[in-house]
Design a protein around this ligand. Structure first.
Ligand SMILES: O=C(O)CCC(=O)C(=O)O
Length: 273
């Protein structure tokens, strides 16, 4: 009998994480509107301005208000309880705006939509925060037993700021000395893994406490496989699209030659009658 090795935090889903990294990196690098943040090559963090317009942000904030409840979180190893004090909730996944934004995010990263978790909205009021944490899963934690079959490790995180905040509320990459101020419509995307496919400890990040005003964001986390699926379908790079010959020129060519042959036979009929 073959015994399966127990996967450690550094090897679980390593291959798919590395492949996803290559594909998304290439796609984002080819997009002239995307800006890569300086991290001394410790992590891959990208930003894009005006990803959502003011009207979309307003409607999304209203949708968050409708579902927000005290945020849930994956417990930390040291048992620290209250490291996420915001309000959050999954916005209606069938709402046309949510579907539209979801498709735009999937397309930006070039990832299959089914690998993305449902878009989550978050609201932070004064004093609320999300202390330093990783988005990748600790594979020695109890929750991993469930998450490994629900799409596996988290690969990329995408978040969008939905409003400016009067004071505080920055997204801070704790060990990189980077703090990004909330600006309406700005999208941030980062790879939670290293280029080799291991969880990247440089992605430790926090939502600093809001001091004045309210902060709203949406987040979409991608897995290495189909999210929620019981059977793991792991990421494979899509083969390059073959050139798709349009059938319309062929259709028009056949139609016009049929017409011509009908015209010719009617001339022949006229001439011979
Ligand atoms: O609100 C933020 O700025 C960060 C949110 C965050 O860390 C998360 O959703 O994982």
């Amino acid at each position: 009998m073959r015994i399966k090795p127990r996967l450690s935090a550094d090897t679980a889903d390593k291959g798919p994480l590395a492949r996803l990294g290559i594909a998304v990196r290439k796609r984002l690098a080819a997009n002239p509107e995307i800006y890569r943040l300086e991290t001394r090559n410790k992590a891959e963090i990208f930003a894009l301005g005006d990803f959502m317009n003011a009207e979309e942000c307003t409607l999304m904030r209203e949708m968050i208000d409708a579902v927000a409840k005290p945020s849930e979180y994956f417990p930390k190893p040291n048992g620290e309880e209250s490291h996420r004090t915001s309000y959050s909730g999954d916005v209606d996944p069938c709402h046309p705006l949510v579907l539209k934004i979801q498709r735009r995010i999937d397309d930006l990263l070039g990832l299959p939509g089914e690998f993305g978790e449902a878009i989550q909205g978050q609201r932070y009021e004064p004093g609320q925060e999300f202390r330093a944490h990783y988005d990748w899963f600790r594979t020695n934690a109890d929750y991993w037993k469930v998450e490994k079959d629900r799409g596996g490790q988290r690969s990329w995180t995408v978040m969008v700021f939905l409003n400016p905040v009067e004071e505080g509320g920055m997204t801070e990459f704790t060990n990189l000395g980077l703090a990004i101020e909330p600006k309406q419509g700005v999208l941030l995307a980062w790879n939670n893994a290293t280029p080799e496919g291991s969880p990247n400890k440089w992605t430790l990040h926090a939502a600093l406490p809001v001091v004045k005003g309210v902060k709203y964001i949406i987040t979409r986390w991608y897995r290495v496989g189909k999210w929620g699926g019981r059977n793991r379908v792991l990421y494979q790079p899509l083969p390059g699209c073959p050139p798709s010959p349009s059938i319309w020129p062929i259709f028009f060519a056949i139609r016009s030659s049929l017409r011509e042959s009908r015209m010719i036979s009617s001339w022949v009929r006229k001439l011979t009658s």
